[in-house]
Structures are given as C-alpha cells and as structure tokens.
Design a protein. Structure first.
Length: 142
C-alpha cells in the first residue's frame, strides 16, 4: 500500500508496481498505476479501505499522514514512513525501500543512475552564478 506519490514512483522505478495493492488518488505516475485501487486522497485516506486491502506494508509520508500512520500501526499494520528532506535523503530512502521490498539490486542501480545524473547537472553548471532571488544551501536540490 502506498499513500504518497513519490513512493509510488520509486516502487515503479524499482519495477515492483505490480506488488502495490492500493494508492491515494494523487499517485498517478507512471500511468501503469492507474488500475490500482484508490483508498482516498493524500490527506484524506479512508482507513476502512486500507484495512479491506490488508497490505503487508503501508508506505506513508510525513505531515498529515503521521496520525494515520499511528492508527495503522496500532491496528497491527507494518508502516514505513518515507519523508526525505534533501537529494541525499531521497537516495538514502530509495536504498531503504529496496531493502524493505527485497529489491536491493534495482535500488542500487536506480541510486547510481540518479547520482550520475546529479553529477552531470553539477558539472554542466559548475562556475555558474546562482540567479538573483535564490539563496541558501542549494545542495538540497542538487
């Protein structure tokens, strides 16, 4: 069960979207997810719909899903919170999701490809100035 669009995309990128039993309505990419049952919206998940699908793991995000995660945990569901706050965090979470889903090799490949793309973007922009209006630590983006 996936209640967060970014996790749905990660699972699809790992090639295991066929193992997803339910999604929120915001989980629309890739198109292969379209036929998976929906259990409500990101901030308005229908608990009874989740329970009826009896997922082995429920992937949640942060923010307004914290309460839902607690409710599902109390009901005995395995809940995994995925809420990266930087590019490095995203890569770390992909690795962790790969471990949780027994998709370590696919996760390693995805992380390596993403690191190579980020390195390419950094190299292409090395020495360029940051546009006016942007400030702070842009490493969270790259």
């Amino acid at each position: 069960m996936v209640l967060s669009p970014e996790v749905a995309e990660i699972l699809a990128a790992l090639g295991i979207e066929d193992r997803i039993v339910g999604l929120t309505t915001e989980c629309t990419y890739p198109p292969a997810l379209a036929d998976i049952p929906k259990v409500g919206a990101f901030g308005a998940v229908k608990l009874e719909s989740v329970i009826s699908l009896n997922p082995g793991i429920v992937f949640v995000s942060g923010l307004e899903q914290d309460g839902l995660a607690q409710d599902l945990s109390r009901l005995g569901f395995r809940v995994e919170r995925v809420y990266p706050e930087s590019a490095a965090g995203i890569l770390s979470e992909i690795t962790r999701i790969g471990e949780i889903t027994d998709s370590e090799d696919a996760a390693k490949t995805l992380v390596a490809n993403m690191k190579a793309e980020m390195d390419s973007i950094r190299a292409a922009n090395s020495g360029k100035s940051i546009p006016q209006g942007l400030s702070g630590d842009l490493s969270v983006i790259l």
